[in-house]
Design a binder for this molecule. Structure first.
Ligand SMILES: [Fe+2]
Length: 221
């Protein structure tokens, strides 16, 4: 993946220790994940790298943008780590560890891997950074307060290059131009998909949608 930040003509300068850790993580997940899930994880990482080059960040210092980029890389590699566990095992883990989940979240299998991810990646990889834990926790549902790492992971997960669905090219083209509008469109596309397939919507969906929409209208995020 590229480390060049084209917009500022600067580079994301990960230090040797950070680069080593990322390579170590990639190898670790490769050995644990089925090949298609590993390819998706790395493809999410690559796409997030492209978006980071564009959107991170005119407003923060290079040091801060390097930190954000590092956190983003780790979040991408590990965001679907919870999928290597059976849903029943995730439920048992949540009960045993007293992880706070609503009744809906306990019962909704497709969401469990995200909501359990903070516990799992802390336990198995020693990750404690709240930015990373938050990004992986909400990468499936989104949340009301999404920072740049959350947004890029959420979007990259849905439109990375191996994804193939009707409006994905439109979403990809938008992702390079307007990250907030892209977030809204990806979120919308996800809601439409879930409704079309008669799948449950998380009870917070309305709140999150309004928040993303409100942010765009106010120009605040
Ligand atoms: Fe994913």
């Amino acid at each position: 993946m590229t480390y060049i930040n084209n917009k500022n003509k600067t580079e994301f300068c990960l230090n040797g220790q950070q680069k080593n850790f990322i390579e170590k993580l990639k190898k670790a997940v490769e050995s644990k994940m089925p090949p298609d899930l590993y390819i998706h994880s790395i493809s999410t990482l690559d796409y997030a790298g492209k978006l980071a080059n564009i959107h991170v960040n005119k407003s923060t210092s290079l040091k801060n943008s390097n930190q954000l980029f590092y956190k983003l890389c780790i979040s991408c590699i590990l965001h679907d780590y919870g999928k290597i566990f059976l849903p029943l095992d995730l439920v048992k883990t949540a009960e045993r560890e007293k992880i706070k989940l609503s009744k809906f979240e306990f019962a909704c299998e497709p969401l469990l891997h995200g909501f359990l991810a903070p516990y799992l990646i802390k336990r198995d990889f020693g990750i404690k950074d709240p930015y990373i834990l938050n990004a992986v926790k909400y990468h499936t549902t989104g949340s009301c307060k999404m920072n740049m790492v959350d947004k890029i992971l959420y979007i990259s997960d849905k439109i990375e290059e191996t994804r193939n669905y009707e409006n994905v090219d439109y979403l990809r083209s938008l992702s390079g131009k307007n990250i907030n509008l892209c977030l809204l469109e990806v979120y919308k596309s996800n809601i439409i998909y879930l409704i079309t397939k008669n799948k449950f919507l998380h009870p917070d969906t309305n709140k999150i949608w309004n928040n993303i929409l409100g942010g765009i209208k106010n120009g605040t995020r």
